[in-house]
Design a protein around this ligand. Structure first.
Ligand code: 13P
Length: 247
């Protein structure tokens, strides 16, 4: 079974207007022939222009969320089809900021994954425990439960990835120890293999939460870590390139 091709994706969250396209261009210009697939997920207002600006480069453009329906009366929402039409190739789904802030359930995330597949987008499905859940010794149970609940069978044979993002490590500067990351990633891998068979060994499992150039080498080389989902440090080309080059 071939090892997964790593994916390093930047999640810009609600940051970035027109001027930030220059930063995306600098990232694309600096990537070189790194062994990872690289993506930037800007706010939806930049999807189309960024896709055009990065056309022909190694860097893919992704969305940060998509509705589970293809179209309809959902004021303020965006569909997977619309993201694909604007040039996105992948989409982050089930990020903890959406699970917590918008009460997204595993079932909603699974329906969003199906919508992404209908639109031809590659899903990046996020899972992760809160500090309370970790302190209660429930991290593995919570994370594997989210994997089971958020991944529909329609993913069998499709290209997708998982991002393990402990909620307490996002934007805090705190990261789990490497053995703790490896323990969770191994549990995710075992769950994926149970659900999708041996082919699931090729699914990249990204780590996310306070990844920066100074910790990227250790994290990216940990067992079962197949890349990173990077928030704050993906907004500056120098930092994001530092992480990409750590692979
Ligand atoms: P930070 O890298 O800013 O901690 O954010 C991680 C994240 O939420 C990426 O989706």
């Amino acid at each position: 079974m071939t090892a997964p091709t790593p994916l390093i994706a930047g999640n810009w969250k609600m940051n970035g207007a027109s001027a930030a396209l220059a930063e995306a261009k600098a990232i694309a210009d600096g990537v070189g022939d790194c062994p990872a697939r690289v993506a930037i997920c800007p706010p939806a207002t930049l999807t189309h222009r960024m896709s055009q600006a990065l056309d022909g480069s190694k860097v893919l453009v992704g969305g940060q969320d998509a509705h589970w329906d293809d179209a309809g009366a959902f004021t303020g929402d965006i569909s997977a089809e619309m993201l694909a039409d604007a040039g996105a190739k992948l989409v982050i789904l089930g990020h903890s900021e959406r699970r917590a802030g918008w009460r997204e359930t595993d079932e909603m995330v699974a329906n969003k994954v199906k919508a992404a597949l209908r639109a031809g987008l590659e899903p990046v499905v996020c899972v992760g425990e809160t500090l309370e859940e970790r302190d209660a010794g429930k991290a593995l149970q919570v994370v594997t439960g989210q994997v089971r609940g958020s991944l529909p069978q329609e993913l069998a044979g499709k290209t997708f990835s998982i991002a393990y993002e402990p909620v307490w490590a996002i934007g805090t500067g705190r990261t789990p120890t490497t053995p703790d990351i490896e323990e969770v990633h191994r549990a995710i891998r075992a769950t994926l293999v149970e659900m999708f068979g041996e082919a699931a060994r090729g699914v990249p499992i990204l780590y996310g939460g306070s990844v920066k150039p100074s910790n990227a080498t250790e994290i990216l080389h940990a067992a079962e870590v197949g890349g990173a989902l990077v928030g704050g440090a993906s907004l500056k080309a120098a930092d994001f390139l530092g992480i990409i080059r750590a692979l």
